[in-house]
Ligand binder design. Structure first.
Ligand SMILES: Cc1cc2nc3c(=O)[nH]c(=O)nc-3n(C[C@H](O)[C@H](O)[C@H](O)COP(=O)(O)O)c2cc1C
Length: 387
């Protein structure tokens, strides 16, 4: 794989390499795309005021999240998109391990937790509230037995399905009929096809981590179960946290009142997140909601942020506004599509380099010294939700 210098270049390569419907499944977003755009542009509104002499020759960026030591404050966010690369989440987990960070594995992932945790011992298993209490416990215990070291529960989903730019037609499963229908766009992407041919597989559209001891459900079967499951209460979240008993993250918090409820539910960590703009369109960028949440509960829980992180300076901005670390979604998906494991390592290296440059320019020797005073925060930037 040829090295790329930014995640924007990785995205360009992903677009060239992937069949259009696979690429658009990664672009994702909902409705008008207001949120997905704000996630990116909000970082651009924040500025830096660099020093030019007396700078630090050594910059430290190691940290810990949910009891895991990380070599940089960047974690792989769970994403349930398959068919990007034959090794899928295993390649991502290997890359994360090689670069010293943790892997979030989606319960909608295409690879079983056993294979992923085997290559990255710092694996967190992510669950949606689907199937009800018994099934959730069964899946959680399977993840524990496989070696998962933390649980992420994601509840910010409102089943909106329309996108103004159109949704890809995802087949129920990759059978012969689906492959023939898919063939015209796949043959125009020979390298992507070749990767799967070499691996001797067709893209997998099932969810092995939701198998419950039987056959893995199809993606749509799993989605149907989720839609029919009664929605969780705060008591349910506390209950699940107790069942797990270990490091536990609630992902998708955007409001101060919800962050306080998460504290009451006993969570270890929250992710300030709007699901990468895939949930309720019109939700502001998480980086705008972060300061108020960090002020309210930053002493009580670990706070991470995800949504719109594409460069190391974004990571630095999030840490300066109160996050302990960030999680990345599309950034590594572009890397995976562009170059498999090496592509994801390339993305993590870009972020590490960018964090280092920002710390250097700011005259700091550690991410732990960052504060809002290092940023130019324009008036009206913040969105203090649920105060
Ligand atoms: C294609 C795609 C699939 C996703 N699947 C999941 C998932 O299965 N579980 C989950 O908790 N979040 C999921 N997310 C959300 C990500 O974990 C993360 O919150 C988001 O991608 C962060 O925004 P970013 O892509 O701008 O980095 C998904 C995001 C994308 C783009």
């Amino acid at each position: 794989m040829d090295w790329f210098e930014t995640t924007a270049e990785a995205q360009r390569r992903a677009q060239k390499r992937l069949p259009p419907s696979v690429y658009s499944a990664l672009v994702a977003g909902s409705e008008q795309g207001i949120t997905v755009a704000d996630n990116l542009s909000a970082f651009g509104e924040l500025g830096f005021a660099p020093h030019i002499a007396g700078l630090s020759g050594k910059r430290d960026m190691a940290t810990t999240v949910m009891g895991q030591s990380l070599s940089l404050p960047v974690i792989i966010s769970p994403t349930g998109v398959q068919a990007v690369n034959p090794d899928g989440e295993v390649a991502v987990a290997r890359a994360a391990a090689a670069r010293g960070t943790a892997m979030g594995l989606s319960s909608f992932a295409s690879k079983p937790i056993e294979e992923v945790a085997a290559v990255n011992p710092q694996t967190f298993f992510q669950m949606y509230w689907t199937g009800g209490r018994d099934k959730l416990v069964g899946r959680m215990e399977r993840a524990r037995a496989a070696g998962a070291v933390g649980l992420i529960i994601t509840t910010d989903w409102s089943f909106s399905s329309g996108r103004d730019w159109g949704s890809p037609a995802i087949p129920e499963k990759m059978d012969l009929r689906a492959m023939l229908r898919f063939a015209p766009e796949a043959v125009r992407r020979p390298r992507w096809l070749f990767d799967f041919a070499r691996a001797g597989r067709v893209p997998d559209l099932s969810a092995p981590n939701l198998a419950d001891g039987g056959a893995a459900p199809t993606f749509f079967g799993a989605y149907g179960e989720w839609m029919q499951t009664p929605l969780p209460t705060w008591e349910d979240i506390s209950w699940l946290r107790e069942q797990w008993g270990g490091p536990f993250m609630l992902k998708g918090v955007m409001r101060v009142d919800d962050a306080k409820r998460a504290v009451d539910a006993g969570v270890t960590a929250i992710s300030v997140s709007n699901h990468g703009g895939n949930n309720l369109d019109g939700t502001p960028a998480p980086i705008r909601a972060l300061p108020a949440i960090a002020e309210a509960v930053g002493q009580q829980v670990e706070i991470v942020l995800d949504g719109g992180v594409r460069r190391g300076s974004d990571v630095v901005k999030a840490v300066a506004l109160g996050a302990r670390a960030v999680m990345i979604g599309r950034a590594y998906l572009w890397g995976l599509a562009a170059g498999g494991q090496a592509g994801v390592e390339n993305v993590l290296d870009i972020l590490r380099g960018g964090i280092d440059s920002a710390l250097l320019g700011l005259g700091l020797s550690s991410v732990h010294d960052l504060s809002a005073a290092d940023l130019v925060v324009p008036a009206g930037f913040r969105r203090d939700l649920g105060l």
